[in-house]
Design a protein. Structure first.
Length: 338
């Protein structure tokens, strides 16, 4: 029986670094180098490797991920593995999930330990990612699974995964849902399918996307925040170039009372999404009263982000704006997230 054809697309990141003359880690390794470090890949699949970029994920752009999605759509393979940095994996993976609707597994992986450290995790994560892309169950359920992240022998839905620690090996978690599958010995053990109704419902609205980036501001709301940055954004010519705003709100969707009026004015000018700064929802809708409670904030016209982490809410809002959706349509897209 022929082996699955797996295409590896390398973007850079810690997994692709090497030390310079001073010992500092620099981008430098390409896709062929990553594959050469994992000889066991040849027993699993017919592997093709392509270097797309050599940058840290902190320097990736929305435009680059849109181009990557187009590249993936054009491939005639049985599965795709994307390697990149961990800094923005939860965002880039979610954007790919919004843009791709395929019958083949698409897996994003990375590394927390660089190749110069003892026991770097990059080779193991790449092997695990290819194993997932080759697995018969994963291939049968690829459309239902969507884009996945594989880190430290666990498989996550990218809509749910979060980077919860800046340096630890077990930095990635899905606190609301847990992993979809685990890798044990040479097996992929499935445990659940993700709930993807909101993504499936939104995709038809994204059939035609502008090539122009739609900048979205992200503000974490914290204790005693007066909202002056929001006031400056409202008053600035062309609103500093921003086309939307995401507010990482307190608790179940609360803002400080002193800035509630400002937030309402902002929502009248730019699409403004409220998302839980705690990292995931679902938020409240009609429990607390008062001028900055979730009831008042929703009545003021702010869009409810449901269970979406603020980082992912920003990705979804930027995609909605590229699709030319008005405020009502954006609200409908976000409403699917609870």
């Amino acid at each position: 029986m022929s082996k699955p054809r797996i295409h590896i697309l390398a973007l850079g990141g810690t997994i692709a670094t090497r030390p310079d003359a001073t010992g500092a880690m620099q981008m430098g390794l390409g896709a062929d180098d990553l594959v050469a470090a994992v000889p066991r890949l040849a027993a699993l699949a017919e592997v093709a490797a392509e270097t797309v970029s050599r940058v840290g994920s902190h320097s990736l752009s929305f435009d680059q991920i849109h181009a990557l999605a187009a590249k993936i759509r054009a491939l005639e393979v049985d599965g795709v593995v994307v390697t990149q940095g961990t800094d923005t994996l939860e965002e880039t993976g979610f954007l790919l999930d919004l843009l791709l609707d395929l019958d083949i597994p698409v897996v994003v992986t990375a590394a927390m330990r660089n190749p110069a450290l003892t026991s770097p995790d990059g080779p193991g994560n790449l092997l695990a990612a290819v194993r997932v892309a080759c697995d018969p169950w994963m291939r049968r359920h690829a459309r239902a699974l969507g884009v996945m992240a594989v880190m430290l022998d666990e498989v996550y839905a990218v809509a749910d995964v979060q980077k919860a620690h800046p340096t630890r090996l077990d930095a990635f978690v899905a606190p609301q849902t847990g992993p979809l599958a685990a890798l044990v010995e040479d097996r992929v053990v499935p445990m659940s399918l993700p709930v993807r109704d909101a993504i499936v419902a939104a995709r038809p609205r994204f059939a035609s996307l502008s090539a122009a980036t739609q900048p979205v501001a992200l503000f974490w709301i914290s204790l005693d925040e007066p909202g002056r940055v929001l006031e400056a954004l409202i008053e600035a010519p062309d609103h500093l170039g921003y086309r939307g705003v995401v507010l990482g709100a307190m608790g179940g969707g609360h803002l400080p009372e002193r800035m509630s009026g400002t937030a309402g004015r902002l929502a009248g000018i730019l699409p403004t999404v409220v998302s839980p700064r705690a990292g995931g929802g679902p938020m409240l809708r009609h429990t607390y009263g008062g001028p900055s409670s979730e009831i008042a904030v929703r009545e003021a016209g702010l869009i409810w982000g449901g269970r979406l982490h603020p980082l992912k809410a920003r990705v979804l809002l930027e995609t909605c704006l590229r699709a030319g959706l008005d405020r009502a349509a954006i609200g409908e897209v976000f409403d699917g997230w609870g």
